[in-house]
Write a protein that binds this ligand. Structure first.
Ligand code: 5RP
Length: 252
């Protein structure tokens, strides 16, 4: 838990203790303030984006928003959005979106992101690449100095065909950074995790800095067998962070 003491509450009142999920909800609700009636809206995936989807549904139910068209970034968000009454469409019908709200796994000081630890990176990148405004919502634990430096996974979506070959090629590509690639598997039965697009995910772990992110991105995408990776470079336009000192909104 993180202690939140808004500066204006410098009284004898005890500090409010918020869980990580409550911080995610604060960031999500703040982002929904950017939503206006009539918008074509990208709906992100994950435990933070889920709060935004619920809130949009609530505002539609209350008649405070009208004529929203949602474009979900995963099958799970599709289900959730339908369950809260958001009318849905897709990129074929709406190739330009007004706004997308989504979470992230890592955010660097330039608003570059790692996404996809929830497995939806391909659809997220397609939807977020088609919007006018991309609002990223995180709790402060997601802020990093360098992408891939947190010791956590950098996801790469690959085709299942000869996945070991592709995973090995990815490791060799980042040998100097001490890269280890692990096929993502379901915890229960150990079967490979399969994305909404029928692909596998190799999670890359780095011991050292991977250096130039754009060069790394280009190299990964040039490898046959790779479908997409989880680096979202220069895509976010607004960052909302909920943390110890309250919520901050930063525009690029
Ligand atoms: C899913 C994602 C999520 O946005 C990312 O994993 C953050 O998830 P959460 O909000 O649950 O921390 O990229 O593919």
């Amino acid at each position: 838990p993180i202690v939140v003491e808004p500066p204006l509450m410098a009284s004898a009142a005890p500090p409010v203790i918020l869980t990580q999920d409550e911080l995610k909800k604060i960031a999500a609700y703040k982002a929904v303030e950017f939503v206006e009636s009539g918008m074509v809206l990208g709906l992100g995936t994950g435990s933070t984006a889920k709060h935004a989807v619920s809130r949009i549904g609530e505002l539609l139910q209350q008649g405070k928003l009208h004529n929203i068209v949602g474009i979900p970034t995963s099958k799970i968000t599709h289900e959730q959005a339908l369950s809260v009454g958001i009318p849905l469409s897709d990129l074929d019908a709406h190739p330009v979106l007004d706004l997308v709200i989504d979470g992230a796994d890592e955010v660097d000081p330039f608003m570059n992101l790692v996404k996809g630890r929830g497995g939806s990176l391909l659809r997220e990148k397609m939807v977020e690449g088609a919007c006018k405004k991309f609002v990223v919502i995180v709790d402060e634990s997601k802020l990093v100095k360098h992408l891939g430096g947190s010791g956590l996974a950098m996801p790469v979506e690959i085709v299942p065909f000869c996945w070991k070959f592709t995973a090995k090629r990815l490791e060799l590509m980042f040998e100097e950074a001490g890269c280890v690639g692990k096929l993502r598997r379901f915890v229960g039965n150990g079967e490979p995790f399969v994305t909404d697009n029928g692909n596998y995910i190799v999670d890359l772990y780095f011991k050292r800095d991977i250096g130039d992110l754009r060069a790394a991105s280009d190299a990964i995408l040039r490898l046959a067998g790779v479908v997409e990776h989880g680096m979202f470079l220069d895509m976010a336009t607004t960052l909302i962070v909920a943390g110890e000192l309250g919520v901050t909104v930063k525009n690029k």
